[in-house]
Ligand binder design. Structure first.
Ligand code: SF4
Length: 319
């Protein structure tokens, strides 16, 4: 059974502020997204800022309700659960935030930060031993529990955030740009730590990233998002068959210099269009270097072009 499943999920927001007030305009943040995450898998959701990744993660954690479609966790429809049942289920899904500097309370010691989940969920038995265990699991010393977040480096603060997320032994860990706020020199350390913890704690990961190079070492599968839609989903290894990829995935790949030494600079030009008025047909067509005349008229459906590899594009697949 999938651990997490999104079934044709859409999310619209009423835009009713400033000069748009009273116009009844709706912003389509997600449009008909389906995704499956099996236990033990690492799925990376990749796309530029504003593509809908954060909206999708809020829906996956039941922090918001979809406008249409359903979200299942361990086979249970999250939006059909009672608040009590949902609260209990939420302990199984935890999040690591992008910026550890803002996600940790500066007035609390590490011990207090790590105590919180146990206290909130009334699991105080063995709490002190658990805190020591968690600190060691993320490569920190038990004595550091008495210090405050500002006494640590960015990488160490992210380790504390990861320890807090693991406290209740979740099955799903959603990591929202987990290293993008860190120095390049410590990014690899934190990514390696996530790899180690996945094995140690039997975790399933949903990784959110804008940079393909950050996730290729961790992910089993990739889902590429553009303007509220999944345009490609595939095994991470399929990245190697560059020519067969969706033009947007190719552009993201070329934009990751560490992945493509010697390749040409990014061909991606222009800004992502507003989700208030998405382009007709293929939403990527105004920026696509390979667009056909058909692309502005007809929206391409996701089609399987290789084992487990789905792509939404009118171009002939050349794998
Ligand atoms: Fe480009 Fe057309 Fe494919 Fe969209 S459908 S990615 S515009 S070639």
């Amino acid at each position: 059974m999938p651990l997490l499943r999104l079934e044709n999920v859409s999310k619209d927001y009423n835009v009713n502020q400033g000069f748009m007030a009273g116009r009844g305009i709706r912003l389509s943040a997600l449009a008909g997204v389906s995704l499956t995450l099996t236990p033990g898998q690492t799925l990376a959701l990749v796309g530029e800022s504003g593509c809908g990744k954060s909206t999708l993660s809020r829906l996956a954690l039941a922090l918001e309700r979809p406008s249409a479609g359903r979200v299942f966790f361990s086979g249970q429809d999250l939006n059909a659960l009672s608040p009590r049942r949902l609260r209990a289920l939420r302990t199984q899904m935890q999040i690591v935030f992008q910026d550890p500097a803002t996600s940790l309370n500066p007035k609390m010691t590490v011990r207090e930060i790590l105590s919180e989940p146990f206290i909130i969920h009334n699991r105080k038995e063995n709490m002190e031993e658990e805190i020591i265990f968690l600190l060691r699991a993320v490569g920190m010393a038990p004595e550091q529990a008495r210090l405050y977040p500002h006494q640590f480096s960015g990488g160490q603060r992210q380790r504390i955030g990861i320890a807090r997320a693991l406290a209740l032994r979740p099955s799903l860990l959603l990591a929202d740009e987990p290293v993008s706020a860190l120095d390049v020199s410590v990014q690899a350390q934190v990514l390696n730590l996530l790899l180690t913890l996945k094995e140690q704690f039997g975790l399933t990961y949903l990784l959110i990233a804008h940079d393909l190079s950050v996730v290729t070492h961790l992910a089993d599968r990739l889902a590429i998002m553009y303007l509220g839609k999944i345009v490609e989903t595939m095994p991470a290894a399929a990245l190697e068959s560059f020519a067969g990829l969706h033009p947007y995935t190719q552009a993201l790949w070329r934009s990751a210099p560490s992945l493509t030494p010697g390749r040409k600079p990014p061909p991606l030009t222009g800004e992502m269009p507003s989700p208030l008025a998405p382009p007709s047909g293929c939403r990527f067509h105004p920026r696509c270097p390979e667009a056909l005349s058909l692309c502005a008229r007809e929206e391409p459906a996701l089609q399987e072009i290789g084992p487990g590899h789905f792509r939404a594009c009118h171009l002939e697949a050349r794998l």
